[in-house]
Each structure stands twice: as structure tokens, then as C-alpha cells.
Design a protein around this ligand. Structure first.
Ligand SMILES: [Zn+2]
Length: 145
């Protein structure tokens, strides 16, 4: 397995109702969580997990907030890493290197809702630019909590 960079320097899962907010944890409305929530004080740097290129950046007021999507090659083929609820995005397009700072964490989008708990990064791995979320543990290993 290629040695991917972690999206944050400190990888600690957000907990809601005692449950680590990992892949497919149940959410309100019968939905399931499609990524990892990692605790991060507002302004924490997020890193490119691998050398690749910025697929796109976007803003989704009711969901991801400010987010950036990085396209990269993994041992399992092309993948996309999505970083959501950011306060700042430092890239717009083009190539980036493994470990580059892509932006800063925040509480944009639905992360600013009351009762949402402490600030966090929503991190997602996808098989395509706009779909195909999969468990980040497939590439990053099983979470510690
Ligand atoms: Zn999340």
C-alpha cells in the first residue's frame, strides 16, 4: 500500500451520541455517514493525501460548505479525496504535491448547525469526482476509535 499522507496531522474521530463518526454510521432521517469526521480546531491545515491535481472546489451552503476535491492515483486506481466544512481554500486548480496544504478547517455548511458538536473536518474518499463514496479505511486503514 502506498504511503498516503493523512488529511490532518492529528487524526481523532468526532463522536456523536458516543459513536465515532466513521463510515456509514447512522444519521438522522435514515441516512448513513459517507465519510470520516475528524476533530479539528477552526484553522487547522488540511493536507493533500497524495500527489495529484485539484479536481474542483465548491461551496454548498446546506451541506459540505467550502470544500475541495483532490484527484490522485491510489494502489486501487483513481480516487478523489474530499475535504469539507473548510474556512479557507488555498488552491483552485492544477497539480499539488503530497503533503501540500490545501486549506484550513472550519465550520462552513451544515457543520455550523446547533448541536453539531466541536468543529471537524468531513473527509471523504470517492471513486469518481461527483459520486462513488467509499470507506476511507480501505485506503487509510482501520480507524483507532
Ligand atoms: Zn461528516
Amino acid at each position: 500500500m502506498a504511503n498516503l499522507h493523512t488529511p490532518l496531522q492529528s487524526m481523532q474521530f468526532r463522536r456523536l451520541g458516543g459513536l465515532a463518526q466513521v463510515w456509514e454510521v447512522p444519521r438522522v432521517g435514515g441516512r448513513r455517514h459517507k465519510g470520516w469526521d475528524l476533530l479539528a480546531d477552526v484553522g487547522t491545515a488540511v493536507y493533500a493525501v497524495e500527489t495529484g491535481e485539484i479536481a474542483y472546489t465548491n461551496y454548498d451552503e446546506d451541506g459540505y460548505g467550502h470544500y475541495v476535491v483532490l484527484k490522485f492515483q491510489s494502489d486501487l486506481g483513481e480516487r478523489y479525496a474530499l475535504y469539507a466544512h473548510l474556512s479557507q481554500i488555498s488552491v483552485s486548480s492544477g497539480p499539488v504535491n503530497r503533503g501540500d496544504v490545501l486549506g484550513r478547517t472550519g465550520i462552513s455548511g451544515n457543520a455550523k448547525r446547533k448541536g453539531g458538536g466541536p468543529p471537524h473536518l468531513h473527509f471523504e474518499v470517492r471513486t469518481a469526482a461527483y459520486s462513488g463514496a467509499e470507506d476511507p479505511a480501505i485506503l487509510f486503514g482501520k480507524p483507532a476509535s
